[in-house]
Design a protein around this ligand. Structure first.
Ligand code: IVH
Length: 671
């Protein structure tokens, strides 16, 4: 007897969510990646065949859903409070005395000390164990609904308890936690942004905010955020009475909780000694903390103490001294990026900031300079947090003597002297010379980088050497380099030449999504490139797509589709693609050459079980003949291809009057 699909789906969901938890939260998987993939694909297949079985806690929901125009607002059930600050031991002692006076003398206070995570506060609501909503703090009363984005975070349990042997879930539970970037991931993200000529994020916190508040959850899914939970905000049922128990209770339900970094104290002076051990310890963490949070352990006492303004009286943040120093802003230098954007950099009188000598710091952009009124000659505050690029926080205006002068964009490019331009409504100023040698160096660096064409051994130094020697004037020239040309360069012996040419040759057969991502179209990174090429399996097909066509792709908004269309509308870009083709770069997805154009311009939605082929095979057949497949039925759908036990898509097709065909009907169309 086979298991009914509904029970099998439930079983798969539970197993998969448990294994995700073992892997991401406990760091101790009990099955191999291959076994996991097999279970996951079984669930994907089952849900495709029975769309009615998809539930909000399905792990398949973690890939992100539809993009939106704005984030819906939500009202929090309980005000999401903030914290008062303490900067010294005496501040902590004074706090303890203050609250002591508000409580009956019989109350014996004890405390929990936790890291103060420097991320984004969120509230997660669970109803009968199912994750139903996640919201940002907002102003504490109204936040933004970021549920689909949060679902992409693997540490977040979609259903509790994650371990079937865990404590039962209460009917309703609202958990507070923090979304953050691990520093190593943040640095990699910023490196990629710099390569893509996008402005790097100022710090992990800003980056986390940007990733979480995305309108397109797929972009959130591309940026692996982390989650840690630390408090029960609200709930029904039998909930723990102390904060210490709450931490363990949440952990038992399967939430990521950093219990090992939390401590319990009943002696305030011992606790104060402990606070200082963190000044060193914080540097061992792979995430930023900006202090410690001290909480009264008894949740009832905490509630009784009430709120002063927006801050609960029963807890306090012990803040570490900020890693900021002041120094003189000597000059401003301008870096030219791949797209020609000029970014201003502060040239500083060298200063030590948390153990590192800082001579340069970013000024972000000209709006930032204007907003902060930063001038050359100013004494400025420089901040360096974690391993992040130091930045100028702002001037100390009181120290001005009148000799300072405002910073304005240069009139010409510092590299090629071409006049600088600025698009109306845009902050950025550009070098408009597409042949600017610096732009060329940056775009080649981007083209050959790991996420793109991945040409090993082609670092910045060699790229500069090739550009200076005029051996390459665009990225396509790489594919026409000869051994003789390279042997003529300084430092190039036969072996190095062979290695470089082999690496270039290997890149000729990079998969189409990579080739597309290496074009540097705004917003088109690896995930979007995959998405685009799954609908348009060759560069030629993509070139012909209109913005309307592109917008029918789920997960693609007007901005990116506009950028793609604009890219192909440019004759220079089309010529570059042709030249790359001539150089031997593959511009088609493998195995997806066209057999005919019989289905060109037609979109199909597939549902149900077909008699002789799987839906994937049917999809490939359609693409082979120039058609496209889409996930959902709309007015624009050409045909719905329906098999046995077709689901809601068939109903939708009937409702909209879309022609429905079967497998035989499809074969007729392409005969
Ligand atoms: S408790 C009701 N615990 O700090 C008390 N907050 O400056 C407030 N934060 O907005 C929340 N780590 O986002 C608490 N272990 C921790 C925390 C923490 C970071 C954040 C939280 C809050 C901000 C207040």
């Amino acid at each position: 007897m086979t298991t009914p699909p509904a029970s099998r789906a439930a079983e798969l969901r539970e197993m998969l969510n448990f294994h995700i938890y073992r892997y991401h939260v406990l760091n101790s998987p009990v099955i191999t990646d291959g076994e996991y993939d097999a279970l996951y694909h079984e669930l994907v297949r089952l849900e495709e065949e029975h769309p009615e079985l998809v539930t909000p806690d399905s792990p398949t929901m973690r890939v992100g859903g539809q993009a939106r125009d704005d984030l819906p607002k939500v009202r929090h059930v309980a005000t999401v409070l903030s914290l008062q600050n303490a900067f010294s031991d005496d501040d902590v002692r004074a706090w303890r005395e203050r609250i002591g006076k508000l409580l009956p003398s019989t109350v014996q206070l004890d405390y929990v000390v936790e890291p103060k995570f420097d991320g984004l506060s969120i509230a997660l609501t669970y109803e009968n164990g199912i994750f139903v909503q996640g919201a940002t703090r907002g102003d504490g009363v109204i936040g933004e609904d970021v549920t689909p984005n949060l679902r992409t975070i693997r540490h977040l349990p979609l259903r509790i308890p994650v371990d079937p042997d865990g404590p039962p879930a209460p009917p309703r539970l609202v958990v507070r936690g923090e979304i953050y970037f691990e520093l190593s991931i943040f640095e990699a993200l910023n490196r990629r942004r710099v390569e893509a000529d996008e402005a790097p994020f100022i710090n992990p916190r800003n980056a986390a905010s940007g990733a979480l508040r995305q309108l397109n959850p797929r972009i959130t899914a591309e940026r692996p955020l982390s989650l840690t939970c630390y408090t029960i905000l609200d709930g029904d049922g039998d909930l723990p009475r102390t904060q210490w128990d709450a931490l363990h209770y949440l952990q038992g339900l399967g939430f990521p909780v950093m219990v090992d970094l939390c401590a319990y104290y009943d002696d305030p002076e011992e606790m104060i000694t402990y606070l200082h051990t963190w000044e060193k310890r914080r540097k061992t963490l792979d995430f930023d903390i900006d202090g410690l949070v001290i909480k009264v352990n008894d949740r009832r006492v905490m509630a009784d103490l009430g709120v002063a303004g927006k801050d609960p009286r029963g807890s306090i943040a012990f803040k570490f001294p900020a890693e900021e120093r002041t120094t003189k802003l000597l000059d401003v230098a301008f870096n030219v990026g791949r797209t020609g954007v000029l970014t201003p950099n502060a040239v500083l009188e060298p200063v030590m900031v948390s153990g590192v000598t800082v001579k340069q710091a970013t000024l972000h952009n000209f709006d930032y300079i204007a907003e902060k009124d930063i001038r050359v000659g100013d004494t400025v505050i420089v901040k360096r947090s974690g391993e992040v690029i130091p930045y100028v926080v702002g001037p100390v205006a009181d120290l001005r003597d009148g000799s300072e002068h405002p910073i304005s964009p240069p009139a010409t490019c510092p590299v090629c002297n071409t006049a600088i331009t600025q698009q109306p409504g845009e902050v950025a100023v550009y070098c408009s010379n597409t042949a600017c040698p610096e732009r060329l160096v940056r775009s080649i660096e981007y083209f050959v980088s790991q996420g793109a064409m991945d040409i090993e051994g082609l670092g910045e130094r060699i790229v500069r050497q090739l550009v200076t020697a005029r051996l390459i004037r665009d990225v396509a020239d790489l594919y026409f380099l000869t051994a003789d040309q390279l042997l003529g360069l300084e430092g190039f012996a036969q072996k190095k030449v062979d290695n470089l040419l082999t690496a270039i040759d290997a890149s000729r057969s990079r998969p189409l999504p990579r080739v597309l991502a290496s074009m540097g179209i705004k917003g088109v990174g690896s995930t979007i490139a995959e998405l685009l090429t799954s609908h348009y399996p060759s560069m030629d097909l993509l070139e012909q797509a209109s913005q309307d066509d592109l917008q029918t792709i789920e997960g693609l908004g007007p901005q990116i589709s506009g950028a793609v269309v604009a890219f192909f509308a440019d004759a220079g870009n089309r010529a570059l693609i042709d030249k790359l083709k001539q150089g031997g770069v593959k511009m088609e997805a493998v195995g997806k050459a066209r057999a005919s154009d019989k289905l060109a311009g037609l979109t199909f939605v597939l549902t149900g079980t077909l008699p002789t082929m799987t839906r994937e095979e049917a999809g490939e057949l359609i693409e082979l003949h120039g058609g496209k497949t889409l996930g959902s039925v709309s007015k624009k759908t050409g045909y719905v291809l329906a098999g046995e036990a077709a689901g809601s898509k068939l109903d939708k097709a009937r409702e909209l009057g879309i022609p429905v065909i079967d497998e035989a009907g499809l074969r007729k169309l392409i005969e």
